[in-house]
Design a protein around this ligand. Structure first.
Ligand SMILES: [Fe+2]
Ligand SMILES: [Fe+2]
Length: 138
């Protein structure tokens, strides 16, 4: 069974953001495959660093966009993003030295958290951002 398959219903309707969300999930898939197919018990630093760099780029992009529109829950978004990044950092040391089974658990946690955040929280700002964009172009 595939670790993660993107569905259209995961799109929130802001193209650049959807592409970034999708790309992050692809990167998680890559990490998962590296572990499960190569049957390795360690994952290389490069993959983890790429994942961290990408998610931090996405979070910065999203927060900038929300700040520019004056979105009311920007602070909450920021807190949730920080939590996720701290979990990745915390998990990073274990990511590099545990058995394949624990790695899968870690990846599953990252996948579930990220998807849940998209569907529950990111989705909430869409109408606000679209509205702000409309006002901005008037
Ligand atoms: Fe977010
Ligand atoms: Fe996001």
């Amino acid at each position: 069974m595939a670790f993660f398959i993107w569905r259209d219903s995961f799109n929130i309707g802001i193209e650049e953001i959807d592409q970034q969300h999708r790309k992050f999930m692809e990167m998680l898939n890559e990490c998962y495959e590296a572990v499960s197919f190569a049957k390795t018990t360690t994952i290389n630093h490069e993959l983890v660093n790429k994942l961290k760099a990408y998610v931090s780029m996405h979070f910065d992009y999203e927060i900038d966009m929300l700040k520019n529109t004056g979105y009311i829950e920007t602070e909450q978004q920021l807190k949730q993003h920080k939590y996720f990044e701290s979990r990745i950092s915390e998990l990073e040391s274990s990511l590099l030295h545990v058995n394949a089974e624990s790695l899968i658990t870690v990846f599953s946690f990252l996948r579930d958290w990220f998807l849940n955040h998209i569907l529950e929280n990111d989705r909430k700002y869409v109408s606000f951002v679209n509205q702000a964009a409309k006002i901005g172009t008037k």
